[in-house]
Design a protein around this ligand. Structure first.
Ligand code: F3S
Length: 755
């Protein structure tokens, strides 16, 4: 579907020489991850070796992928950049805004109506700027990307944390915020700290009930939700090459659950088979020409301890199937021990729902293996004791699975076939009775199982497993059921056992689809009008932020002195606010409502210095803005940790906050503040945090000589008439100071585009 073979040929044309140059400079054999990173340097040929986990490096990604919830702000920003077209191939995928309830036939038309203006906007903006658009129902972003765009050795960024799924086809694919996507689409470099490397050696071969999913469930148990932070996980060994390409995708997908930057596998025959099956012979042929470069050097895999920062070994011959959960994806329990663990911990054994789908596990192979279990249940006289729902990964998978009888099998077992979309995985599940908040258990093949994730009920115990295990457990209705050893009673009262799943890596008769749901962009988008209603509650075109006025900032009101943890969720909450992601003014009504006010230990309750009354943070800030006052936010350590959500920087900017002064920043948020033209400052002496008093009016001095490494001065005018001043630090480089002066990085990009 319009994969860009010319772009891929261009990447491959330089790949070998850049890897050779990097090997020379680094002075040792290279992992695959390093090869891809060094082949994608913004400055072209490698000139120096980078320190893993230390150096920030500019890269040139090959592609950008965006899903509908995050694409809105990314593209609203891109519209500000003044570029006629995106600089790299980019796609938008409508998959997050479709509620699962009755099944695809009813849910999809309903979503199309409910979110029509968002879909129309994304369609028109894609059409205008040369972006491929995948309509609602076309599939889940990461399955569609794997089927159409991912390619061995490529580098991609995407505005979704599971962008990493494309590692299944040998990419370095990384989840980012919309501001990063906007930069890359505007033709700017993308900065990343050169990652550390974790090697996972897979030996043996998957067999019986064990699936690719169990590899990552096991790895999550070993590394925990933080163990992959700042690292690329590279899988290798004969176990890796023996596994299907979509199975590799599943493993890479859930690398997000261990915090990994991304995960990847070396190019092999399973990838070639997948490329050819998905109509990309040309890509496979090109990859074959440089295949020795599209995997790690042999020495790296024979002696991994010398090349990776950490090495894990997993024997697939003996790997057991797992159930991970509840409430966290790293609580790994072998299926054989689940009954005991569940009884010990009071996890409800009765299973209410089995759900198969999500970007993690909705491939043809996944559905075929789950269908083999469903088929057995029917032929052996069993019925599902739990409710059963399926979200196919893409229209191509759905159509082919339908043709090959899998969907009929599921329906014969009373399953509901939901839309090819995220659905319950993103909490877009109108589950009957969830509002009663009853304690209950569900099993699913998704990646995340945090409290409330699927149905909003904090008492839903969600367990993650392979699709075939989900099918078996849904049939048994019992979390403690172990299909390897246990029997079930059928409709004749006989004890029957389920045989291990069987399935097809790829459809024997090939993939088929009538309408994949793709809309190619206009060849010339200059006349295309972008559809945004001025009265919309969900979308709002952005106005450029105003440039710096050229003077020191004086008389700033103290909006809030935040105490303790203040993540991007505290600054810009998710949940019900998701629907305003494309409307900066409306979503700004959640600004800092989760932050704790140092002076009264309350959230969303600060003193309005104009009236002396306490009220919500956004309303107070709007009052300051209306009265012509700028303001400042004070924060504690690691302010802005969490996601790369740019709304957390755009909202204060939009509402007139001028500076954020903290003990320390989470780096991505600090950069986001800079990009939006805000002042992000740190206390030179962290104890000065204690000097900030309620009722202070604050000046920031030194801006007329704003320069790298030169501290600014903060003056506190206390309410009792006394004054104090102290230095505050910043980390702005010359370019970032230009962003500040221009009122934001986009103002500069637009100016350059106009010249
Ligand atoms: Fe969608 Fe869930 Fe994946 S929200 S992109 S299916 S993690």
């Amino acid at each position: 579907m319009a994969f860009d073979i010319d772009m891929i040929k261009k990447v491959y044309a330089n790949f070998g020489s850049r890897v050779d140059a990097a090997r020379k400079i680094v002075g040792r054999p290279l992992t695959l991850s390093e090869k891809i990173l060094y082949a994608h340097l913004w400055d072209g040929d490698p000139k120096k070796a980078f320190s893993r986990g230390t150096d920030y490096v500019d890269f040139a990604p090959d592609r950008v992928a965006m899903q509908d919830a995050t694409a809105q702000m990314a593209l609203l920003q891109f519209m500000q950049a003044g570029r006629p077209q995106v600089a790299v191939p980019s796609t938008v995928h409508c998959d997050h805004l479709i509620t699962a309830k009755e099944g695809a036939a009813i849910d999809l038309p309903h979503a199309r109506t409910e979110s029509a203006e968002v879909f129309d906007f994304l369609s028109s903006v894609s059409n205008k700027y040369g972006i491929g658009f995948w309509k609602p129902g076309a599939g889940i972003i990461h399955q569609v990307v794997l089927e159409n765009y991912a390619f061995p050795g490529g580098m991609m960024i995407g505005t979704d944390s599971h962008t990493v799924n494309a590692g299944g086809l040998g990419m370095v694919a990384i989840g980012v915020g919309g501001a990063d996507a906007c930069d890359v689409m505007a033709g700017l470099p993308w900065e990343l700290k050169f990652p550390k490397l974790i090697g996972v050696k897979l030996t043996g071969k998957l067999n019986g009930w064990t699936a690719a999913k169990d590899v990552i469930l096991k790895v999550a148990g070993i590394l925990t939700v933080k163990g992959g932070t700042g690292a690329i996980v590279e899988y290798f060994g004969d176990g890796a090459t023996s596994m299907s390409c979509t199975g590799k995708g599943t493993i890479c997908n859930m690398g997000a659950e261990i915090g990994a930057t991304t995960s990847t596998f070396g190019y092999d025959e399973s990838m070639e088979r997948y490329l050819r099956a998905t109509d990309r012979n040309e890509v496979a042929d090109e990859a074959n020409k440089i295949k020795e470069y599209l995997t790690g050097d042999a020495e790296v895999y024979t002696d991994p301890e010398n090349y990776f920062d950490q090495v894990i070994e997993i024997d697939l011959d003996t790997l057991e199937p797992y159930l991970n959960g509840p409430f966290t994806p790293d609580l790994a329990t072998p299926v054989s021990q689940m009954k005991v663990e569940a009884e010990k911990n009071g996890w409800p054994l009765k299973v209410e729902w089995g759900l198969i789908g999500s970007c993690t596990n909705s491939s043809y192979e996944d559905l075929s293996r789950a269908a083999s279990i469903a088929n057995q249940a029917i032929s052996k006289g069993l019925k599902t004791k739990a409710d059963f729902g399926i979200n196919p990964g893409s229209e191509q998978v759905r159509y082919t699975a339908d043709r090959d009888g899998f969907l009929k099998t599921f329906e014969d077992l009373n399953a509901t076939i939901f839309t090819n979309a995220c659905g319950p995985c993103i909490g877009m599940w109108d589950r009957t009775g969830a509002e009663k908040a009853e304690k209950n258990t569900i099993v699913h093949s998704f990646n995340r199982n945090f409290a409330k994730r699927a149905d909003g009920n904090p008492n839903t115990f969600a367990f993650v497993a392979s699709p075939e295990m989900v099918a078996a457990i849904a049939i048994s209705g019992n979390l403690g059921f172990n299909p390897l050893t246990d029997t079930l009673t059928n409709d004749k009262g006989e004890e029957v056992k389920l045989d291990p799943p069987t399935g097809d890596e790829l459809p024997k008769r090939g993939f088929a689809v009538e309408d994949a749901g793709y809309q190619a962009p206009a060849a010339d988008g200059s006349k295309v009008e972008v559809l945004v209603s001025p009265t919309s509650h969900r979308l709002q075109l952005l106005d450029p932020f105003t440039p710096w006025e050229g003077t020191d900032l004086k008389g700033l009101k103290l909006l809030i002195k935040a105490k303790g943890k203040c993540t991007t969720d505290h600054i810009s909450m998710a949940g019900p606010w998701l629907k305003f992601r494309g409307h900066l003014d409306n979503i700004s009504n959640n600004m800092l409502i989760g932050a704790v006010n140092y002076f009264n230990d309350k959230t969303d309750n600060v003193k309005n210095e104009l009236t002396g009354e306490y009220g919500p943070v956004p309303a107070t800030q709007r009052a300051y803005k209306a009265a012509g006052f700028g303001s400042i936010v004070i924060g504690d350590e690691n302010y802005g940790e969490g996601s790369s959500r740019e709304h957390a920087a755009m909202e204060p900017r939009h509402l007139g906050v001028r500076a954020v002064l903290v003990k320390s920043f989470a780096r991505i948020h600090e950069t986001n503040l800079k990009k939006q033209g805000m002042l992000g400052l740190t206390f030179a002496d962290k104890d000065d945090y204690d000097k900030i008093l309620e009722g202070d009016t604050i000046d920031i001095l030194g801006l007329t000589e704003f320069a790298p490494d030169k501290p600014l001065t903060l003056v506190l005018h206390h309410a009792d008439g006394t004054e104090e001043q102290f230095p505050v630090n910043h980390s702005y480089n010359a370019q970032q100071i230009d962003w500040f002066k221009a009122g934001g990085a986009l103002n500069i990009i637009r100016k350059e585009a106009a010249e």
